[in-house]
Design a protein around this ligand. Structure first.
Ligand code: URA
Length: 175
């Protein structure tokens, strides 16, 4: 499953892999994590329709529990097999800012040693795009068990996305 968004988007966001709802609809980030992402983007003044959304792994990896398909984290071999497609999308869209949503995307694009908790919210040097930022996966915000913790995790996620908007503004002003 490929990404979605304008071919000349200034921002590209890379998630992990499609889930059940994404696979059924053929569109990235349309399930619960996608709805949270849409809300967070709107809070920083970005509309989903103006960013390019894609995934590090292009298929839904799952295990069957009865009739239910349960998400399974992709392995290194799945990430590596899909990397040429992801790099082709980045080369085509050529975003000013590339955002890695979570560890799978961050490690696929920046190397296995990347730790989201250590680098989140910072712009990192990379040849992939003028600005590369790592933040958490929106699904991780949903998985925080308590309401207060979830609110904090969401606010931190929005703050990271806010840095993306600041960077875009800076690029426009210096152009
Ligand atoms: N999670 C992802 O990483 N990607 C999607 O497209 C949906 C949920």
């Amino acid at each position: 499953m490929f990404g979605e968004g304008p071919g000349d988007a200034a921002v590209m966001l890379v998630g992990e892999q499609p889930g059940v709802e994404e696979e059924l609809s053929g569109r990235p980030f349309v399930g619960p994590a996608g709805r949270l992402l849409d809300r967070a983007l709107a809070e920083v003044g970005l509309d989903r329709s103006e960013v390019y959304l894609t995934n590090a792994v292009k298929h839904f990896r799952f295990e069957l529990r009865g009739k239910r398909r349960i998400h399974k984290t992709p392995g290194q071999q799945h990430v590596e097999a899909c990397l040429p497609w992801l790099l082709a999308e980045i080369a085509e869209v050529h975003p000013a800012v590339l955002v890695c949503l979570g560890a799978t995307a961050a490690r696929a694009l920046l190397g296995p040693e990347v730790r989201v908790g250590r680098v989140r919210g910072d712009f990192l040097a990379s040849d992939l795009a003028p600005g590369v930022l790592v933040t958490v996966h929106p699904g991780s915000v949903l998985r925080v068990p308590d309401e207060a913790g979830r609110r904090l995790a969401y606010a931190a996620f929005v703050a990271d996305l806010g840095r993306v908007v600041e960077r875009l503004r800076g690029l426009v002003e210096s152009a």
